[in-house]
Design a protein. Sequence first.
Length: 277
Amino acid sequence: MPLDHTPRRVVSLQPSATVILDAIGKLDCLVACTKYCADVVPAISQQKITIVSDSWTASADQIRRMTPDLVIAAVPYQEKSVAEILKSGARFLGLAPKSLADIYTDITVISGIFDALDRGHQLVAEMQQEIEAVRKKTEGKPRPRVFCEEWGKPIIASQHWVAELVEAAGGEIVGSPGTQISAEEVLAQNPDVLVMAWCGAGDRVPLDKLIRNRKWSQMNAAQQGRVYCIQDEFLNTPAPTLLDGLRALAAAIHPQDFPQPAGLRCITDPVAVDSER
């Protein structure tokens, strides 16, 4: 009989890896994860799983105490954190997705490591099918110009996979994905829809305040009341969770064609914002 080298004790330092483990039915291998993982995988709070630092602040001592077979981490990293992971002596899988294709590859790699390749392929197919279904539903419709923001100080545009989801949801992306941009540059491009999904902020981005402080009240999006907050995990977790982000984007871009899902919040009073110019 061949030896079974499937990892039995896994430390996940990134929510996306934890979501993928859960989706392929391997959450029982998880012995430690971050507090952010618990936010996106509710089942963690029902299990005895240790909370450790994430990919940005990893600790060799924390990891070593868990005696893992495998540590999974993903960007963003600090050089010091990578050194800490390596110093722990555990096997290390590092992920750095930029596109939907990269995310599909990460799902396939993780499912292969855990002898769940069929489930991984199925999961990728399900994601692709839903994305394609939304794309077909928006074919031939007007394409509003959309700016998506993953951080506010400085303003950083959302990642490339978000731009791909915006395109599938019937929008045209404004700005270069994953890059810093000024408030003046965004205003000059005058998007029709604004989407805020700040890393670590959940759904608590202060939309009205941002429009006032950035002097965006004359922007098309503000004038039309099309300024949205999408729950952080839905767009910033490169995993099957992105399907929730896709549904939210579709509802923001084409509200007449898609129901408003949980995790999508619109600006409360665009008229009041405009009056404070």
